[in-house]
Design a protein around this ligand. Structure first.
Ligand SMILES: [Zn+2]
Length: 236
């Protein structure tokens, strides 16, 4: 968009959306761009389907860096400091506010981003008076994913492998897919670096991926998120 086009789009959109990914290791079979690819493809699904729900979404370029300190022992991982990342989100939000955005929506595709996001959203709503919604996409699909994949899938496992096989199958190193090898860690040992948790870098069993199943989940979840965005007390 040119700035003139953007001027109109910011003012008419029901939500200005920031897709949030990461650049971090995703085991031996997936590229470091997994979360950013998911953020881009799955947020585009929301924007395309939005008119069916009477909504218009303006999607900003995805943010390819997040808070990934816990993956840093694996090469290819790039992290922002948690405070820096929180500031980045606030800066983007206040730019949206400046241009007349009515509501901000953060779509998130990396669990490590959640804590800095929460602090940033507190500030945007309280200091900048910018109504902000938060969609941690996987939470809207979690019940269905657990019914199909059990409760062991996680980072670079069945779910993420299926999503990348659906959108970008050429990026999946099929020969490197294997059940992930976990270290023995006590439940109370929290917030460890990922190489303390797993040998290959992932969780679960990526050989049990199911891109056909995930295509249905994407459709259902897209509608579920849009229905949620249509409700609430912010006069959408
Ligand atoms: Zn991921």
């Amino acid at each position: 968009m040119t700035w003139e086009e953007a001027e109109e789009a910011f003012e008419t959109a029901d939500y200005v959306v920031l897709p949030c990914g990461s650049t971090e290791q995703h085991s031996l079979h997936l590229p470091t761009s997994v979360d950013t690819l998911r953020s881009s493809h799955l947020t585009d699904e929301l924007a395309e389907r939005a008119p069916d729900h009477g909504l218009e979404l303006l999607v900003l370029p995805p943010l390819p860096y997040g808070y990934s300190e816990h993956h840093l022992p694996f090469s290819g991982t790039i992290t922002l400091d948690a405070e820096t990342y929180c500031e980045v989100i606030v800066d983007i939000g206040r730019s949206v506010k400046k241009h007349g955005g009515k509501r901000f929506l953060i779509t998130n595709f990396h669990a490590g981003n959640i804590e800095p996001h929460k602090l940033a959203i507190d500030r945007l709503q309280r200091e900048y008076d910018l109504p902000t919604r938060y969609v941690n996409w996987t939470d809207f699909a979690r019940d269905k994913l657990e019914a199909r994949f059990g409760d062991k899938w996680g980072h670079a496992g069945e779910h993420e492998t299926s999503v990348i096989e659906h959108y970008r199958p050429e990026l999946v190193r099929q020969g490197k897919k294997q059940p992930q090898t976990l270290h023995d860690v006590a439940e109370s040992e929290q917030f460890r670096y990922f190489d303390d948790l797993t040998v290959e870098g992932g969780l679960g069993d990526p050989t049990d991926s199911d891109p056909a199943f995930i295509a249905d989940i994407i459709e259902e979840t897209t509608d579920k998120v849009l229905s949620d965005l249509k409700t609430g007390n912010q006069d959408v």
